[in-house]
Design a binder for this molecule. Structure first.
Ligand code: GLC
Length: 487
């Protein structure tokens, strides 16, 4: 056995091998593999800066022209909230993993209360006919309304905000044509259709006493909710099943909506849909894209789409990890002599497992041992578990570092560096993945220099609930005042 810098590792290693009495991978082989994967998933500071500069160019192109890869979608959410918005609003949130119905009570002064019901979306529901999915949504809203207000009809129809976290082209706040499904959804008869209209029809058919007032993206909701509570928030990001950002842009900087003749000093929130960065031609992330990223991309239901997202978002990190393991099983390096069919199943390795592996508090990495045993019926050696931790770190760190490029690009585009700003962030990677936020902060500094410290991220408010309600209130007040009534 080669000499290790850490004698403690050797003794544990020997103990583990005695216990299981089966062939195992040499410690030196796994050390080498760990180094190999650290290099493979490493993105240098210089690469981060280069990617960011390209990103800025791509954001500008999206604002100039229609139908760009990163579409920079106008949202028809005009300007910031006052913080005084009040009233009761319903919201329906169709995200990547769950469906949520909320009743939001806006109390003014940046305060609100939420009551909600949550449903998990099954994989069948992600692929059934679009109208069927919207029927399910309508039924969930109906049940929620009946539970809260009783089955008797409401005096006044409630306003429902629909948070639909997929790329939509909008001509008004209550209209949105789906460009393409993302995050593994593939429901037929939906792309190219107005999803607000589809939901409206379903609500009508189910006789739900609500009025669909707006359709928004989760990032836009997060932007507005976070600014409602913390006015320094200028950008919002989601790092969850998917990844994306929204920010407030000057209308004068959005040449592609010049035909609307809006006042040039007006502001409008832009849903960047930047998970699509580097899609199709794969020319910006070329140097950091690995064969695992390519495999995931080509075997997805949407090959060549959402290229950036597939390298950093929660839906994919566990799968990248699993593919590396499968390679090492094939090479005869891992799980020798064991039945590996469970881990060979695509998407069987949840990204939450990477969090667990990175944070295992025990010296012998017993959490990791239990995880492999319980979920995959695999026994692990100590040195294998150390390797898993290194690999998780490498994949998680790459995700955070690349995530920083999108934020830095918006900061550069909007010139926020000197004054600084807050980025409201949400999603399971941001809120649950250990060190994700710190890694993003370090990378922002690596990209933007010492002033990068002026850019702070914070856990955002509930965008799809509170944000949707604040937007509904803003829209109501705008329309009552007769401002851009048809938009
Ligand atoms: C995907 C969606 C985008 C959403 C993001 C986070 O990128 O296309 O609309 O904001 O996931 O949920």
């Amino acid at each position: 056995m080669p000499e290790s810098k850490d004698a403690h590792h050797i003794s544990l290693y020997s103990r583990a091998s005695n216990c299981f009495d089966k062939p195992h991978a040499g410690e030196d082989v796994l050390h080498q593999k760990a180094e190999h994967f650290q290099k493979l998933f490493h993105v240098s500071d210089e690469q981060l800066r280069d990617i960011t500069d390209r990103f800025v160019g791509v954001l500008r192109e999206g604002l100039e022209h229609e139908k760009q890869t990163v579409p920079m979608l106008p949202t028809f959410v005009f300007g910031w909230p006052t913080g005084k918005e009040k009233g009761d609003y319903l919201s329906l949130d169709l995200g990547g993993t769950n469906l949520r119905v909320c009743l939001v009570e806006l109390k003014g002064n940046g305060k609100f209360e939420i009551t909600q019901s949550k449903f998990r979306i099954t994989s069948e529901q992600k692929h059934e006919d679009g109208q069927k999915l919207f029927d399910f949504c309508a039924q969930c809203v109906k049940d929620f309304v009946e539970n809260h207000y009783g089955s008797c009809a409401l005096h006044e129809n409630l306003s429902l905000g629909f948070t639909f976290s997929y790329p939509i082209v909008q001509h008004a706040i209550d209209h949105g044509e789906l460009i393409r499904w993302t995050k593994g959804f593939g429901n037929p008869n939906t792309e190219g259709h107005d999803c607000a209209a589809m939901l409206r029809e379903a609500l009508k058919r189910h006789e739900v006493p609500v009025v669909l007032s707006s359709i928004i993206n989760d990032t836009t909701g997060t932007l507005i909710a976070s600014n409602y509570v913390e006015p320094d928030t200028k950008i919002a990001c989601i790092f969850g099943t998917g990844c994306n950002a929204a920010y407030m842009e000057h209308v004068s900087e959005i040449p592609k909506i010049a035909h609307l003749h809006l006042p040039q000093d007006e502001d409008m929130a832009i849903n960047c849909e930047y998970g699509a960065f580097d899609s199709f031609e794969h020319k910006h992330l070329h140097d950091v894209r690995t064969k695992y990223d390519e495999y995931i991309d080509l075997h997805s239901n949407k090959p060549h789409e959402q290229a950036y997202e597939k390298m950093i978002a929660g839906l994919y990190l566990g799968e990248i990890f699993r593919l590396v393991l499968c390679d090492l099983v094939d090479d005869g390096v891992l799980f020798l002599g064991q039945e590996t069919y469970k881990i060979e199943k695509p998407f069987s390795f949840d990204t939450a497992f990477l969090s667990l592996i990175e944070t295992d508090p025990t010296d012998e990495l017993l959490t990791v041992m239990g995880l492999f045993k319980y979920f995959f019926a695999l026994e692990t050696e100590y040195n294998e578990r150390i390797f898993f931790r290194e690999l998780s770190r490498a994949i998680g760190t790459r995700s955070a570092r690349l995530s920083a490029c999108g934020i830095a690009a918006i900061v550069k585009k909007m010139d926020y560096l000197d004054a600084g700003c807050t980025v409201g962030c949400d999603g399971s990677l941001y809120s649950k993945y250990p060190n994700f936020a710190d890694r993003v902060h370090h990378s922002l500094e690596a990209i933007l220099g010492p002033k990068g410290r002026n850019i702070k991220t914070r856990q955002a408010e509930d965008g799809s609930g509170a944000g949707s309600a604040v937007i509904a209130a803003m829209t109501k007040s705008r329309k009552e005042k007769g401002i851009y009534k048809n938009l």
